[in-house]
Design a protein around this ligand. Structure first.
Ligand SMILES: *Cc1c(COP(=O)(O)O)cnc(C)c1O
Length: 394
């Protein structure tokens, strides 16, 4: 059957939502290999190689667990492997995804406590420190932070969160959601003392949806020995035991592992430093366009600007969803919608993954033409501002 039935225009669809991101042809070709016996000798070699290679993107020497699941599964895995019913967990309200993770913690019979936020900045390390200092009995068992809040385009400073926990002298585990940042934003699981890093395949890693990850510190592993939340599918223990020989306790997503292997090669061939610099460049070009249009960036703290996406507020009385519908219909491009309280108030421009200069200018051109077509008040020359920046920096 035809999958894209609403779009008739020729040329490539621009998938500029902040995940799933565009999948490079080389990764699609890797997917298109015959599925192999996941208990056979070739698989052990492949599995072992990937489990080793993936550590480079987390900057860890510890175990990385690969689940055949979306990011939400790896969220659950992080909680159920380390915590017990009734445990207090400190979470930070950075936006929609942080709120969903908190709800999940509640459903799992944990006691999440939410540091309130206004969805316009990242987590505040000094507030975390103050909260932990007040917990003299050390009842809080974990601090959970979303590194890149995909609903708002605000990034939290994880190294500083680590320092805040240490400054408070608190033993809580640090759990970090990097589902939309891993592979796009500098990240150091070991150096920053993160206990569980949660990641997904379909954003910075340039893969289709379907894989998710837990990078696990020695401290987290130790916690998992006494953690009492019920777990079965997500249990780290049988995973780590099978992974020792390159295998998995249940059927892995074989073809997605071919794709992962290829995507990791692509990232390392480009060089992670270059990948991060490219994301910074695309993000800056986007923000210059937004400012030139006279529109407002959802993130209010320049130090928290996301290299992954930019959420843009439409003027009062105008519809962000109407704009997105116009752009999809006229220009064959998908932009991210406003989530939760931001529904219809913002649209999100993804500039992550397999995105180069011309692709970025094309994306911004689609937005600018869409603003005009949808009758949203704006100044012209946003694309020109982006081009001037890119031309001077490319
Ligand atoms: C996408 C995303 C999720 C949810 O991941 P799924 O793959 O949709 O389950 C969670 N957190 C963040 C920050 C995300 O960007």
């Amino acid at each position: 059957m035809a999958y894209f039935t609403t779009k008739t225009s020729p040329g490539r669809h621009f998938l500029q939502i902040p995940g799933p991101s565009n999948v490079p042809d080389r990764v699609l070709r890797a997917l298109d290999n015959p599925t192999m016996d996941h208990r056979g000798p070739d698989f052990g070699k492949l599995g072992g190689q990937i489990l080793e290679k993936i550590k480079g993107v987390f900057n860890t020497q510890s175990h990385v667990i690969i689940y055949p699941a979306s990011g939400t599964g790896a969220w659950e895995a992080a909680l159920v492997n380390t915590l017990s019913p009734g445990d207090r967990v400190l979470m930070c309200e950075t936006g929609w995804f942080a709120s969903l993770w908190r709800e999940m913690a509640e459903r799992l019979a944990l006691r999440p406590e939410f540091l309130q936020g206004d969805w316009r900045r990242g987590a505040e390390p000094s507030e975390i420190e103050a909260y932990l200092r007040a917990d003299k009995a050390h009842e809080i068992k974990a601090v959970a932070v979303v590194h890149n809040e995909t609903s708002t385009g605000c990034t939290s400073r994880i190294a500083e969160v680590r320092k805040a926990i240490d400054a408070a002298g608190h033993p809580a585990l640090l759990l970090v959601d990097t589902i939309s940042s891993l592979g796009s934003v500098d990240y150091r699981h070991d150096e920053w003392g993160v206990d569980v890093t949660v990641a997904g395949s379909q954003k910075g890693l340039m893969l289709p949806p379907g894989l998710s990850f837990n990078a696990v510190s020695a401290k987290a592993l130790k916690a998992s020995e006494t953690a009492k939340l019920t777990r079965s599918f997500w249990d780290w223990k049988p995973m780590i035991a099978s992974n020792a020989t390159g295998f998995f306790p249940y059927t892995p997503a074989t073809n997605m592992l071919y794709a992962l292997d290829t995507a990791l090669d692509m990232l390392f061939e480009e060089g992670m430093e270059n990948v991060f610099a490219r994301h910074d460049r695309m993000a800056e070009a986007t923000r210059r366009a937004v400012r030139a249009w006279g529109l407002e960036i959802q993130c209010q703290e320049p130090g928290h600007y996301s290299p992954v996406l930019t959420a843009v507020r439409v003027p009062e009385g105008h519809s962000a969803n109407g704009l997105r519908a116009t752009i999809l219909e006229k220009f064959n491009m998908s932009l991210g919608n406003g989530l939760g309280q931001l529904n219809d108030k913002v649209f999100r421009i993804g500039h992550l993954g397999d995105v180069g200069e011309l692709h970025m200018v094309g994306t911004l051109s689609g937005v600018e033409m869409g603003l005009r077509a949808a009758g949203i008040p704006h100044k012209p020359d946003g694309v020109k501002a982006a081009m001037d920046y890119i031309a001077g920096n490319a």
